[in-house]
Design a protein around this ligand. Structure first.
Ligand code: 5RP
Length: 263
């Protein structure tokens, strides 16, 4: 691996091999998602706890302080919306030149395996990776399910992650699921977990994150379960303890409880 590629990855993945990314890219197809109406305000108390921020170029320029920013993973795909025909019909919407201009540590895009646009999204992934390899920019593939949340099982996600790795993604973002070790074991590149829609309790989040880490994920790219929570700082601190300090579910819950009292 070339120096630039290694350097970018090591800005995102810490020396313990783990990472805690904070995605705030949801507005690119959801519009002003709840609690992300003003992304700059939402992330202000959280940025110092994030090892990376997954964001579109518009929100990056408008809402993220260039003098006080964690490493950036730039979202490169889009072109659909929640009120449109099919969320899977994404294209590449940002250029490599823009990624370089914005000094990003990595770029990310969604793939939609099993959808009507499977072929297009995979060809886009291959093209993006080829272009990024020229400049030493890592690509994070996002295994998207669109509105079909029930697709999140080990067989399907294992298929998606493996295909993303075969195409050359340096990191794959997927959902935690039951038998998550099947997903990890079939994927030769690091996996980070997303959270999906907000869970009812923080305990549920700590449990799946802990299980996923035990089964081989390297970290998180988890948004709504942090910034839609009533106590987002307590959430991110507790999650960091699982990711970077090998905390148990109970230890994470205790950290959450203590931190939540302060806010
Ligand atoms: C949205 C994304 C998000 O980055 C990803 O889903 C993680 O966020 P959350 O934990 O809220 O699901 O790719 O398109």
């Amino acid at each position: 691996m070339d120096w630039g590629m290694k350097n970018r990855l090591s800005r995102l993945i810490k020396s313990d091999g783990h990472c805690m990314f904070l995605p705030i890219d949801h507005g690119y197809f959801q519009g002003p998602t709840r609690k992300l109406e003003k992304p700059g305000e939402t992330i202000k108390p959280l940025v110092s706890y994030a090892d990376g921020l997954f964001v579109t170029r518009g929100i990056l320029r408008a809402c993220v302080d260039p003098a006080n920013s964690p490493p950036i993973i730039l979202r490169m795909s889009g072109g659909t919306s929640v009120v449109g025909k099919d969320l899977a019909n994404e294209a590449i919407t940002t250029s490599i030149e823009e990624a370089i201009r914005l000094n990003v540590a990595a770029v990310g895009m969604s793939i939609f395996i099993g959808s009507d646009y499977e072929h297009e999204s995979l060809v886009n992934l291959g093209d993006l990776i080829s272009a990024c390899e020229d400049y030493g920019i890592p690509v994070m593939a996002v295994t998207a399910v669109g509105k079909e949340l029930e697709k999140r099982d080990a067989r399907y996600l294992g298929l998606c992650c493996r295909i993303a790795a075969e195409f050359g993604a340096k990191v794959v973002k997927t959902y935690w699921c039951k038998d998550f070790d099947r997903v990890v074991n079939g994927c030769p590149v690091p996996i980070v977990m997303a959270g999906g829609p907000k869970c009812d309790t923080e305990l549920e989040v700590f449990e799946f994150v802990h299980d996923g880490m035990q089964k081989g994920a390297i970290g998180l790219n988890l948004g709504r379960n942090v910034w839609q929570h009533e106590h987002p700082v307590a959430m991110i601190k507790a999650l960091r303890s699982i990711i970077h300090e090998n905390a148990s579910v109970k230890e994470a819950q205790d950290i959450f409880t203590e931190e939540a009292k302060k806010s």
